[in-house]
Design a protein around this ligand. Structure first.
Ligand code: PLP
Length: 345
């Protein structure tokens, strides 16, 4: 455990740079989806990797795996797979692609704890994987994150890097108040950070984990209500579930052919006290931060841009939201009006 999902991503990338065999190196290329959170991307920049942005599928909002081969170059070393807002990415396809080409798979599963694909938990497909327990996520330790791996070397590296780069957590920790432990307790073996969580965050997380399955069931029941009320309405493009989503939230993209004014929809939701947000971070290359990155895009980012310009999400929560979703439906029925020009066509 670390003090945030962002720190988990930083530790994961750092660990891959310190592997004995085939470490990542500055200038290596990494394939990433155009939509994710900023701190999916920032550690990649901070370690000198070149990003190749791929568009997402409009319905799942996850990386368009049909374009993976087109993104591959002789310098490609890794794919970052992100399951957006609870919805599993095509992790089986991405993993097979990585195996075929000898690439690392890093799964940023910070938005999708409790999701699974073909019976396998999201956050276990990668060489190294991360989770967030920030307070709006599936379990909450207020701030917190996790690094998960079944690779012994990456496990060792992640433990050392999160904790000052010292060996104490992995070397059996003899008593520092003894001749043997005097030096061992402060033996620094590699460059690291201090991104430990508070003890109390760990304790809260252990209790929260016991409730995870029940909370996911509740979120899924809310999702069933949402899908029942909104599917089939051509005004809204909803997120299509791939595998078993843990439904972080409910995304909606206003059908671009209908000319619905998103600002008007936002004003109506605000007036009705319904919270809404941009879909994760929107299309990341459109942020100012991109000027610091070495990157290119693999073809146009049409769907990511559409999600950026015409999309939003409303929150899910592990309690019964039937009345909230019903009132969302009523508000949007009134507010999401196709433009007259679109109606006339
Ligand atoms: C995909 C993704 N990665 C990383 C993070 C960072 O997690 P944290 O907020 O715990 O730092 C988030 C945060 O929401 C996220 O959505």
């Amino acid at each position: 455990m670390v003090n945030s999902g962002s720190s988990a991503n930083l530790v994961a990338v750092a660990a891959l740079f310190h592997k004995k065999d085939r470490p990542l190196k500055r200038g290596d290329e990494v394939i990433v989806p155009a939509i994710s959170w900023a701190t999916t991307f920032h550690p990649l920049q901070q370690y000198g990797l070149k990003l190749r942005f791929l568009d997402v599928q409009l319905d799942t909002l996850n990386i368009d795996v049909s374009r993976l081969e087109a993104a591959l170059t002789p310098r490609t070393r890794m794919v970052v797979a992100v399951s957006i807002l609870g919805n599993p990415a095509a992790l089986d396809v991405i993993r097979a692609f990585c195996e075929r080409h000898g690439l690392y798979l890093f799964e940023d599963n910070c938005e999708s704890m409790g999701a699974s694909l073909n019976g396998r938990s999201c956050g276990t497909f990668g060489d190294i994987n991360t989770f967030s327990t920030f307070f709006s996520h599936h379990i909450s330790t207020m701030e917190g994150g996790l690094v998960v791996t079944d690779d012994d070397e990456l496990d060792y590296l992640a433990r050392v890097i999160r904790n000052h780069g010292w060996a104490r957590d992995v070397s059996g920790a003899p008593d520092p108040q003894s001749p043997e432990g005097f030096f061992e307790a402060y033996r620094f073996v590699m460059p690291g950070y201090n991104v430990r969580p508070l003890e109390i965050s760990g304790a809260v997380g252990v209790e929260q984990l016991k409730k995870l399955d029940a909370m996911i069931e509740r979120r899924r029941a809310n999702a069933a209500t949402f899908v029942k009320l909104f599917s089939g309405d051509e005004r809204f493009i909803l997120q299509r579930e791939n595998g078993r989503s843990s439904w972080f939230s409910f995304t909606m993209i206003l059908n671009p052919s209908l000319g619905i004014d998103r600002a008007g929809v936002m004003r109506a939701m605000r007036a009705a006290d319904i919270g809404f947000r941009m879909i994760t971070g929107g299309c990341f290359p459109r942020h100012e931060a991109i000027k610091f990155f070495d990157y290119d895009t693999v073809g146009p980012l049409t769907n990511a841009n559409l999600a950026h310009d015409q999309g939003f999400f409303v929150g899910n929560h592990p309690r019964d939201l039937t009345s909230e979703i019903t009132s969302l439906r009523e508000v949007l029925d009134r507010a999401a009006q196709p433009a007259q020009s679109a109606v006339a066509r």
